[in-house]
Design a protein around this ligand. Structure first.
Ligand SMILES: [Zn+2]
Length: 131
């Protein structure tokens, strides 16, 4: 049986995920129009240790998967992550085309990318969210 402490942390976790969903959705709304891509049909949050996010094209379900750990990310890092994934709807991989599109969308994307890397290193040291 769950204790009241468990229930409190369930609620806190739910709120954390809801807040992250809303932040992600805001960036999706803003950038899918700008990038001329169809917005993902669904945003899913999950724990991942190897990447920040991934995206499926429509034929594969049209979902965007967001790492739960991004709840601790700044807007700059979160926006970079969302834009990165949306650009993958236009081009696969991290080719020159990808970098060009990233640069047009977010001129400071390389700094944001390294901030995302720093967050990853911090989590590696301090521990990733356990749920
Ligand atoms: Zn990528």
């Amino acid at each position: 049986m769950k204790t009241s402490h468990d229930l409190d942390s369930d609620i806190a976790e739910h709120e954390t995920r809801e807040r992250l969903l809303r932040r992600v959705q805001k960036f999706i709304d803003k950038w899918s129009t700008k990038l001329g891509v169809e917005p993902p049909g669904e945003v899913r949050i999950r724990r991942m240790k190897t990447f920040w996010a991934s995206i499926e094209d429509r034929r594969r379900g049209g979902r965007i998967w967001i790492n739960r750990a991004l709840a601790d990310a700044s807007d700059k890092v979160l926006e970079y992550t969302v834009v990165h994934e949306l650009i993958h709807l236009r081009t696969r991989g991290h080719s020159e085309t990808f970098c060009k599109l990233m640069g047009e969308a977010l001129p400071d994307w390389r700094a944001r990318k390294s901030a995302a890397f720093d967050l990853g290193m911090k989590l590696k040291t301090n521990g990733w969210p356990r749920r």
